[in-house]
Design a protein around this ligand. Structure first.
Ligand code: ATR
Length: 502
C-alpha cells in the first residue's frame, strides 16, 4: 500500500491554516506529521501552537488523515481522542540522531505493548553511524520479528533497512523524489538510489517479503557501485525472489555480524575489504575446525560444497583476497571466501583475444594494488611472462616477487622496458576513474598491443581511447565487471546472469 506523508513542519505559516484540507487533495491515505526540533523537525513555534494546529487539522468535515505521527513521549488525551474519533491511527515515534542505542529492541517492545493496547503503531528512527550500529539495528530487527512496528535506520549506513523493510517486518518505509532529504539525518546513499522509482524498479520493493533471499555488496564507499544494477535485473529476469543491496560498512567484522542477523546469503566484497574478507573467513574456518564443527572458510572445507565454490575459494587463497563471501549453514554464522575477479578478468580475454593467453606471451600490468594481484595471478598461472609497473616501485617489487615476475616503476625507466612485454597491457591503477588522466603518457602504442583497462565507467578511459586511436584492440573495464558479476551470480543462484544489454 502506498501512503503520503505531509511534513507540515516544512510548510509556510500561511499554509498551516489549511492543514485540514490536505487529505482531500491527494489520492492516498495521508500521514500527518508536524515534527518538533528535538525529533529532527523544522517546527520552531510553541508546543501549544503545534498541538493546536494538529487538533485543527483533525477537525470535522472533509476527508480525514489516515495517520497522525505523535512522539512516543507525548501524552495529550484531547489530541489523541480527536484523532481516534476521526478514525485516524496514531504512529508513536521515537527518534535517536546520536546512534542506535543499546536495548533498542527492549525499548521497542515496551512501546509496542503500550501502543498495541490502543491500536497504535510504534515507530523508531535511529541514526546508523557505522557497522557497530548496523549490527545493533540488524539484531533489533531479528529480536522484533513478528512485532508490528515501523523501524528504520537513518543515514547511508542504515539504508538497507529501507530497502529491506518488507523482509525485516517494518510496516512502512520512507522515500522521496526530491533532492533535499525530507528529514535531517536521513540521507540515503544518494538521492538517486533511494528515490521511490529506484526502490520500486531497481530493488522491486513491493515484492520483498520475509522469504526474499538477500545478497549485497559491501565496501566503503559504495554509492557508486554498479553491482546492484547487474544482479537485481538478473534476479528479476529469472523471476527469483531475491534482492541485492548496497551496504556501506566501516568495520567488516561488525558488519558481518549484522549481515548474519539479516540473513544475508551472499556478499560481493569491494574496496577496502577484500583482503580482510579472506582473513576473516579463514579464521572462522579454522576456529570451526578446532571446535570440531563443520570446517568452513576458503580452502578448509573437506568437500561436499559446490565445485564452483571450491574453485573460487582456491582462487581467493591464491590471490590473497576475496571478492565474494557466501554464508554457510542455517544461521549463516560463517562465510566461505571466494574470488571471481580472476575468472572475471580472464573471461573477456578468452572471448576477445584467446591467442594472447598462450604460455610465454609477454604482458605488462600497470599498478600493484588489489586488482593487480588478481590480474598477475591470472596471467602467471596461464604461463605468461609478466612485467609489473607501479608508481610506488616497492609495491611492484613485492607483487612481482610473490608471482615471479619482472617489475619497475611507472616512470620513464619502467616504460622503457615495456616494449619487451607489450603483447598485452593491463591497466589496473585508479587513473582514469574520474574520466581524466593517463597512467603512461610517455608510451607510444604501436597498434599491435591488446590493451585492457580495468577502470569502468560510461566512457572509455583516455588511456583506452589513445590505444584505440593507435589501432590496438581494447577491452574496457565494463567487460570484467560483468564477467566477475556473472561468476558471483552463479555462486549465489546456480544460474547464469542474463545479459540484458540492448
Ligand atoms: P585496487 O584494489 O583498485 O587495485 P588499490 O589497491 O588502492 O586499488 O591500488 C590502486 C593502484 O592504483 C595502485 O597501484 C596505485 O599506485 P601506488 O601503489 O603507487 O599507490 C595506483 N595509483 C593510484 N593513483 C595513482 C596515480 N595518480 N598515478 C599512478 N598510479 C596510481
Amino acid at each position: 500500500m502506498d501512503l503520503a506523508e505531509l511534513r507540515a513542519d516544512f510548510l509556510r505559516p500561511s499554509e498551516l491554516a489549511h492543514l485540514a484540507r490536505f487529505p482531500a487533495l491527494v489520492d492516498l491515505p495521508v500521514i500527518l506529521t508536524l515534527r518538533r526540533p528535538e525529533d529532527g523537525g523544522q517546527w520552531r513555534g510553541a508546543e501549544a501552537d503545534r498541538r493546536r494546529l494538529l487538533r485543527a487539522a483533525l477537525g470535522p468535515g472533509g476527508r480525514p488523515y489516515a495517520f497522525l505521527d505523535l512522539e512516543h513521549d507525548l501524552a495529550d488525551a484531547e489530541l489523541e481522542g480527536a484523532a481516534r474519533a476521526r478514525g485516524c491511527r496514531l504512529i508513536r515515534s521515537y527518534h535517536n540522531f546520536r546512534g542506535v542505542p543499546p536495548g533498542l529492541a527492549a525499548r521497542m517492545r515496551r512501546m509496542a505493548r503500550a501502543a498495541g493496547a490502543r491500536g497504535d503503531l510504534p515507530k523508531a528512527a535511529v541514526r546508523v553511524r557505522g557497522s557497530r550500529d548496523q549490527r545493533r539495528l540488524a539484531e533489533a530487527f531479528r529480536e522484533l520479528e513478528g512485532v508490528e512496528k515501523i523501524l528504520l535506520g537513518m543515514g547511508e549506513y542504515g539504508s538497507f533497512s529501507s530497502i529491506l523493510a518488507g523482509k525485516l517486518g517494518s510496516w512502512l518505509t520512507y522515500s522521496w523524489p526530491g533532492r533535499r532529504p525530507a528529514s535531517p539525518g536521513f540521507a540515503p546513499p544518494s538521492e538517486a538510489q533511494l528515490n521511490p522509482r529506484t526502490l520500486l524498479e531497481l530493488y522491486r520493493f513491493r515484492r520483498i517479503g520475509p522469504d526474499t533471499a538477500v545478497y549485497g555488496v559491501v565496501g566503503h564507499p559504495i554509492a557508486h557501485s554498479r553491482s546492484p544494477h547487474l544482479h537485481n535485473p538478473g534476479f528479476a529476469a529469472l523471476g527469483l525472489d531475491a534482492v541485492y543491496v548496497p551496504f556501506l560498512a566501516d568495520r567488516l567484522p561488525a558488519f558481518l555480524r549484522a549481515a548474519e542477523a539479516l540473513g544475508v546469503r551472499g556478499l560481493s566484497v569491494t574496496v577496502p575489504f577484500k583482503q580482510q574478507a579472506l582473513r576473516l573467513a579463514l579464521r572462522a574456518g579454522l576456529q570451526a575446525a578446532k571446535g570440531g564443527a563443520q570446517p568452513g572458510g576458503a580452502g578448509l572445507h573437506p568437500g561436499g560444497e559446490s565445485p564452483l565454490l571450491s574453485a573460487a575459494g582456491a582462487e581467493a587463497l591464491a590471490v590473497g583476497a576475496a571478492n565474494t563471501l557466501i554464508a554457510e549453514g542455517a544461521g549463516g554464522r560463517r562465510w566461505r571466501a571466494a574470488n571471481t575477479d580472476v575468472a572475471g578478468f580472464l573471461a573477456p580475454l578468452e572471448r576477445e583475444a584467446p591467442a594472447v593467453l598462450q604460455p610465454g606471451t609477454e604482458a605488462t600490468v600497470l599498478g600493484a594494488g588489489g586488482a593487480a594481484r588478481a590480474v598477475v595471478h591470472a596471467l602467471t598461472r596461464q604461463g605468461l611472462n609478466v612485467l609489473v609497473l607501479n608508481r610506488t616501485p616497492a609495491r611492484a617489487r613485492a607483487l612481482a616477487h610473490r608471482f615471479g615476475c619482472a617489475w619497475g616503476g611507472l616512470d620513464t625507466q619502467g616504460a622503457a622496458r615495456l616494449p619487451d612485454y607489450s603483447a598485452l597491457i593491463v591497466q589496473t591503477t585508479t587513473v582514469g576513474l574520474d574520466g581524466a588522466g593517463d597512467p603512461l603518457p610517455g608510451y607510444r602504442f604501436r597498434g599491435e598491443e591488446i590493451v585492457y583497462d580495468l577502470v569502468y565507467g560510461p566512457e572509455p578511459t583516455p588511456f583506452l581511447l589513445r590505444a584505440r586511436a593507435a589501432g590496438c584492440r581494447t577491452i574496457a573495464g565494463e567487460e570484467m565487471l560483468r564477467a566477475q558479476a556473472s561468476e558471483q551470480f552463479r555462486l549465489y543462484t546456480g544460474r547464469d546472469l542474463p545479459d540484458l544489454r540492448q
